[in-house]
Write a protein that binds this ligand. Structure first.
Ligand SMILES: Cc1cc2nc3c(=O)[nH]c(=O)nc-3n(C[C@H](O)[C@H](O)[C@H](O)COP(=O)(O)OP(=O)(O)OC[C@H]3O[C@@H](n4cnc5c(N)ncnc54)[C@H](O)[C@@H]3O)c2cc1C
Length: 636
C-alpha cells in the first residue's frame, strides 16, 4: 500500500503577536513547527504501513526551509519525501494550494500508484479545513474528513473503512480506494523519532518539485490562481468590560454577582435550548411552501443558503445564515434562497420559508437520506451551474466544511471559512467576509472578485437567529439528483448519536459555566459542574483544561472548539486568550473569576471577580442554589 501524507510547516500561532501601532503581525523570532494536526496524519500513515505493509511518502508545499518539516516526518518512519517549492506558489489560497498539491500527488502516483492520501483536519494558521477535500475533489479520490479511526483497509477489495467524528455523533463509512482522509487529533499519539530514523532523515535526499517539474499552469498557481483576496487586516474587536470586585471579603463578591444575575434575569433561566432562541427543529406542516404559485421567480445573482440536516431536522446554523442572508439579499436587491437536499424534507422546506427564504431549491432522493460528500456536492454544483447565484453560504460545521470545500473546488471559486462578519461592499457590491486569522490573533476581511458564487462558511451561534414567520409563502423549485446509489463509492455502515455521560450541547445552552487551567485539577472541575447545575446550565472548558484531560473535547469553547452565544457565560480560572475569546465574546453577559487582576478575560467581562476560583465558585454556587430554592418556595 502506498500512503501519502500531506503536511505543512506553520508559524507557532501561540507565539504570534500583533504590533499595536501598525496592526501587523510580528513574525520575527516566531518558531516554525509542523502543523500539529499533520503530525497525526504522519503517525496514521506510518501505522497503516506497520499494519498493512507498503510505503509512506510525505509531501509539503512551502519555502526551502519547509525541508525541516519533511525531515521530522521522515524521522517518524516515513520512507521518502517531496518538497513542492517555487516562487510561483507564493500567496496561494486554499484553491491554488490544493491545485499544486493534487498535481504533486498525481506526479508521485505516476511513479508508484497512491492508495491513500492523509492530511491533518486543518492547519493552525489558516484553520480552513479546505485543502484535504480540495485534493480529493481534484484527483477524483473519495473523501472522508474528520476521521478518528481507520478501522480497516481491505487492500485486495480496494476499500477503506473509517470512523468519522461528528458533532455529538459518529459514523462509520466504507469507501473505495484511492481515498483522501483528513484526521483529528484523537486518532492517535504521534510517535517519537528513533535514532536510526533521525540519522536517515538528516541524510535523506529530498527532491524539490517546481511548477515546471509538474507542468503546472502558472495562472492557477499562487496569488494569480487564488480567487480570494485580502482587503484588510485589523486587530480583533473587543467588547467593553464592566465592573470589577475583589473576593475579599467574599460577601462583597457574592453580593455583586447576585445583583448582576438578578438584574439580567438569569436566575430562573432554565438550561438548554429555549423556544425564543430557536432549537432548529422543524415544526410546521409544510404548507408555507407552495410549488410554482408563491414567492418571486428564481433568477441569477441570488443569495443562497445551504440547509444542513441531520436526523431529519435542520441545523440551527442554517436559519442563522438565512438571517444574515436576508440583509445581503436586500442590499443586492435579489432573492434569498434556501437549498435543501435530502429525503422527505417537507417540514424543512416550510421552515426555510418561515425563516426568510423567498425561493427554496429542493432535491429529494433516497440517495440523499444521509450526508455523503459526492452526491450532495453533485446536487449543489448542478443547481449553481443552472441558476448562477451570487453568494452561497454554509454552516462551518463538520458537514458544511466538508461540502463547501468540495463544491468550491469543483466550481473553482473562492471560499472563506469561519466568517464572523458578512456585508455587501457599498461601492463594489462584493461580499466582504471577515474572519479571524493566524489563530485568532488578527481579523482579515476577504473578498472574491471574479469567481462566482462568492462562498463563505459561518459557525453556529455567530449570527443571530432571524424571526420565524410561519405565515410567509415562498416558491418551491424542484431539482433532481442524476446519480444512483450504485454510483456512490462511499457507503454508510453505521451512524450513532454519542450517548457518553460527558455529552453536552454547548451551542444551544443559555447558561455556560466554564473552567480553565486555573481550576488546578480534574477533580476541581466538580465545582464548575455544581455551579452550572445550580443555574440549570452546562459546563464548558478552555482548551488548556481539555488538553489536560480534565474535561472532554465536547466541552471546549473557542476557536478550535465550539462558538457559543449564551445569555450568561462564566469563565473561571481562564486567562482570556484570543482563541478562547473568539468563541464566547458575543455572549450576552460574561462573568469572570480570576486571581490575576490583569487577566485579559476581565477586559471583556461584564463583571470581574478577582479571587481564588476554588473559593469563589463554591460561594457563588451556594448563593445561586439558595436564591433558586427561595424562588421555588415563593420567597424571591
Ligand atoms: C490555533 C490555536 C487554537 C486554539 N484554540 C483554542 C480554543 O478553541 N479554546 C481555548 O480555550 N484555547 C484555545 N487555544 C489555546 C489558547 O491560546 C490558550 O492557551 C488557552 O485558552 C489557555 O487556557 P486557560 O485560560 O485555561 O489557561 P491559562 O492561559 O494558563 O490561564 C489560566 C488562568 O487561570 C488563572 N488562575 C490560576 N489559578 C487560579 C485560581 N486559583 N483562581 C482563579 N484563577 C486562577 C490565571 O491567572 C490565568 O489567568 C488555541 C491556541 C491555538 C494556537
Amino acid at each position: 500500500m502506498h500512503i501519502v501524507a500531506c503536511i505543512k510547516q506553520v508559524p507557532d500561532t501561540t507565539q504570534v503577536r500583533v504590533n499595536p501601532e501598525t496592526n501587523t503581525l510580528i513574525r520575527e523570532g516566531i518558531p516554525s513547527i509542523v502543523n500539529p494536526y499533520d503530525t497525526h496524519a504522519v503517525e496514521e500513515a506510518v501505522s497503516l504501513k506497520d499494519r498493512y505493509g507498503g510505503k509512506v511518502s510525505i509531501l509539503t508545499m512551502g519555502p526551502p526551509q519547509a525541508r525541516e518539516a519533511l525531515q521530522k516526518a521522515l524521522s517518524m518512519g516515513a520512507d521518502q519525501a517531496f518538497l513542492l517549492s517555487d516562487g510561483k506558489f507564493a500567496g496561494a489560497d486554499t484553491l491554488a494550494t490544493s491545485y499544486a498539491l493534487a498535481e504533486a500527488v498525481r506526479y508521485i502516483d505516476g511513479k508508484d500508484p497512491v492508495d491513500v492520501v492523509i492530511c491533518g483536519k486543518q492547519t493552525i494558521d489558516g484553520d480552513t479545513a479546505q485543502v484535504g477535500p480540495g485534493i480529493a475533489c481534484r484527483l477524483g479520490f473519495t473523501q472522508m474528513t474528520c476521521v478518528d479511526q481507520v478501522l480497516e483497509v481491505a487492500v485486495k477489495e480496494r476499500t477503506i473503512t473509517v470512523r468519522r467524528h461528528l458533532e455529538g455523533a459518529h459514523e462509520v463509512l466504507r469507501s473505495s480506494l484511492p481515498a483522501v482522509l483528513t484526521v483529528v487529533k484523537e486518532i492517535n499519539e504521534p510517535r517519537y523519532a528513533t535514532l536510526p530514523n533521525l540519522i536517515r532523515a538528516l541524510e535523506a535526499d529530498i527532491p524539490v518539485l517546481t511548477a515546471a517539474t509538474l507542468g503546472l499552469d502558472a495562472d492557477r498557481c499562487g496569488l494569480k490562481g487564488s480567487p480570494t483576496k485580502v482587503k484588510k487586516i485589523f486587530p480583533p474587536p473587543r467588547r467593553a468590560g464592566g465592573g470589577m470586585v475583589k473576593a475579599e471579603p467574599m460577601g462583597d463578591a457574592v453580593t455583586a454577582f447576585m445583583e448582576k444575575v438578578r438584574a439580567e434575569g438569569l436566575l430562573l433561566a432554565p438550561g438548554g435550548a429555549t423556544a425564543d432562541r430557536g432549537s432548529g427543529a422543524a415544526g410546521t406542516s409544510g404548507k408555507a411552501v407552495a410549488a410554482g404559485d408563491a414567492g418571486p421567480e428564481p433568477k441569477s445573482g441570488e443569495v443562497w443558503v445551504f440547509v444542513e440536516q441531520s436526523d431529519g431536522s435542520a441545523a440551527r446554523v442554517s436559519w442563522e445564515l438565512l438571517g444574515v442572508g436576508r440583509a445581503l439579499a436586500n442590499d443586492l436587491k435579489t432573492n434569498l434562497a434556501a437549498v435543501v437536499a435530502g429525503h422527505r424534507s417537507a417540514d424543512v422546506l416550510a421552515e426555510a420559508v418561515a425563516y426568510g427564504a423567498d425561493v427554496v431549491y429542493s432535491v429529494d432522493s433516497e440517495v440523499l437520506a444521509h450526508y455523503r460528500t459526492v452526491p450532495f456536492a453533485r446536487v449543489v454544483v448542478s443547481l449553481v451551474r443552472k441558476y448562477r447565484p451570487d453568494v452561497l453560504l454554509m454552516g462551518a460545521t463538520i458537514t458544511g466544511r466538508d461540502l463547501a470545500s468540495a463544491v468550491a473546488t469543483d466550481l473553482a471559486t473562492g471560499l472563506t471559512a469561519d466568517c464572523t462578519g458578512l456585508v455587501i461592499g457599498i461601492d463594489t457590491k462584493l461580499l466582504e467576509q471577515t474572519r479571524p486569522a493566524f489563530g485568532g490573533n488578527i481579523m482579515a476581511t476577504i473578498f472574491t472578485e471574479k469567481c462566482r458564487p462568492q462562498m463563505a462558511t459561518v459557525r453556529p451561534r455567530v449570527m443571530a437567529m432571524p424571526p420565524r414567520d410561519p405565515s410567509r409563502r415562498g416558491r418551491l423549485v424542484k431539482g433532481a439528483l442524476d446519480m444512483t446509489e450504485g454510483e456512490v463509492a462511499t457507503k454508510l455502515v453505521e451512524y450513532g448519536r454519542e450517548v457518553a455521560a460527558d455529552t453536552v450541547n454547548l451551542v444551544d445552552a443559555d447558561i455556560i459555566v466554564s473552567g480553565g487551567r486555573g481550576m488546578g485539577s480534574k477533580d476541581n472541575f466538580r465545582l464548575i459542574r455544581k455551579l452550572a447545575e445550580a443555574f440549570g446550565g452546562v459546563a464548558g472548558a478552555s482548551r488548556a483544561a481539555v488538553d489536560a484531560k480534565w474535561m472532554g473535547y465536547e466541552h471546549q469553547v473557542g476557536q478550535t472548539g465550539r462558538t457559543v452565544r449564551p445569555r450568561l457565560y462564566m469563565a473561571c480560572g481562564i486567562s482570556g486568550a484570543v482563541q478562547h475569546l473568539v468563541g464566547m465574546q458575543t455572549s450576552d453577559v460574561i462573568i469572570a473569576v480570576n486571581s490575576d487582576p490583569n487577566a485579559p478575560i476581565f477586559s471583556v467581562a461584564s463583571l470581574g471577580i478577582v479571587g481564588n476560583a476554588l473559593e469563589v465558585v463554591p460561594a457563588l454556587t451556594a448563593a445561586v442554589a439558595k436564591a433558586r430554592a427561595d424562588a421555588a418556595g415563593g420567597k424571591a
